[in-house]
Design a protein around this ligand. Structure first.
Ligand code: NI
Length: 172
């Protein structure tokens, strides 16, 4: 396994609408394993394939950050089929270092996805897990958490993103 470089804003791959996974092979399993290792090393609670430069509908989520193996979720072609309630809480993103803000998300969701063998499953998630999953699914559609901000928060984050983009230009 390997730790992959995480793509940072404004990398264009973060704005791509990712393709559905159609081939469930060793390449997919290796990518997922590397994404899990990369997420745990970061450390983070979720990582989506475009964040490591791959435009596929694949995300990994682990709200225990490696503490509890049972908490790991690998989501292939995930789709939210039920949303209930809403809750506002703080989010950050490994692709937006240094930026956090409050985002509205559903309090509970039901998800349809496939595992790494292509087998379909359903998952009910609440609160923090639901939030993490919604955040990662957004990535698969090229959406960043900052896109959800409105009003003064939007203005503030616009300045932060501009600064981050300028730093990335210097880094390259
Ligand atoms: Ni993110």
């Amino acid at each position: 396994m390997a730790i992959l470089p995480i793509r940072i804003y404004p990398d264009p791959v973060l704005r791509v609408k990712c393709r559905r996974v159609e081939t469930f092979d060793d390449g997919l399993r290796k990518l997922a394993a590397n994404m899990v290792e990369t997420m745990h090393a970061a450390p983070g609670v979720g990582l989506a394939a475009p964040q490591v430069g791959v435009d596929l509908r694949l995300a990994v989520v682990d709200v225990s950050v490696g503490e509890d193996p049972a908490a790991l979720r690998v989501l292939v072609n995930p789709e939210v089929v039920r949303r209930e309630g809403s809750e506002t809480d703080t989010e950050g993103c490994l692709s937006l270092p240094g930026i956090t803000d409050k985002v509205d998300r559903p309090l509970a969701i039901t998800l349809k996805a496939q595992n790494l063998k292509g087998e379909p499953f359903e998952l009910d998630a609440e609160e923090y897990l639901a939030r993490a999953i919604c955040h990662e699914i957004d990535h698969l559609d090229g959406i960043l958490f900052t896109d959800h901000l409105r009003g003064l928060r939007k203005e503030r984050v616009r300045r932060q993103l501009k600064k981050l983009a300028a730093e990335q230009e210097v880094a390259v």
